[in-house]
Ligand binder design. Sequence first.
Ligand SMILES: [Zn+2]
Length: 346
Amino acid sequence: MKKLWAFIFLFSFFYVQSPAPVGIQNLANTCYMNALLQCLIASKKFVGLMQSINFASVTDENTKNLGNTFKNFVIQHAAGNNRNEPTNPQEFAACVNMQGIFTGDVIKEQQDSDELFIKLIRLLGEEKKDLLDFFTIKSETRLTPACLQKMAIAFTDTEEEQEDIVLRLPLSADSLDDCIKNFFGKKKSDIYCNNCRQQACVDQEIFITHYPELLVILLGRRDEKGKKITKKITINPNNSLIGSYEYKLIGCVFHAGTGTGGHYTAVIKKDSAWYECNDTYVNHLTLTKAQEILNGENTESYLLFFEKVKEVQLHAQKIQDITNLLMQTQNYIRGLYVNTSLFAFK
Ligand SMILES: [Zn+2]
């Protein structure tokens, strides 16, 4: 009987800890901010991280205030604001304005959710590395000449390393999964191979070397002229495999309108239930409805939030073994080609 009571107690504790999400007041033009905050706070890992960060040591007063206000907002909003009514972001927005990270007023003027995310996390992340690291994705482009592969010689060279807090994903296909596959898949590089003296020899592949806890994907919805690309992209609401990790979609920011103006909303997943967040309004969604919205029924998805679940496929040790073998072969080949460069850039 004692066990049963302990179970009921624990169950009620978790139930109280995870209330249904509440809305956020729109102060004038702050829908872009509200949609972003809803997605971030849908991540329990992010809320936990913010709870653990102490901004007291930050020397710049404005940055310290911004950090503390942001932290308080995240904790309050995640707890359902205690009163189960829309949270007021006034104090947070005022701190963002004080910091001057935008040229315009963040309350009166429409901004972009991705821009606020990047500027906010980079600014606070300068002081608190845990916060920056939580979102940092590191990758490298590896080049492998097919001619050497045919001769069963393993050679791979790293051309460039990238580091960012968002993954900028081109809309190369009709579904998000395919866009991801295309981005990380093997492609022919236009690099000239000095070994076989051919243009179409070198394979190019992007590998993630550091997986963030919360992966933020920014869809390439702007063309060179800054015009919005309204192409529909189907989004799988189930967990996705990104590199060698399984990730769980927990939020998506949508934009309705043109490249110069419009309205931002969010769809979030909390405790396996889906919700649509439109400023003060939060509606529970069936999986079918969530799927329709995700697929761009009326608005365009543009900023996606994926929480890391677990490593899959290759065991870490196996990856290490392969890496070591590659390094040894690479050093051997480097010795052979000591005075000649294998790649010539166009
Ligand atoms: Zn070649």
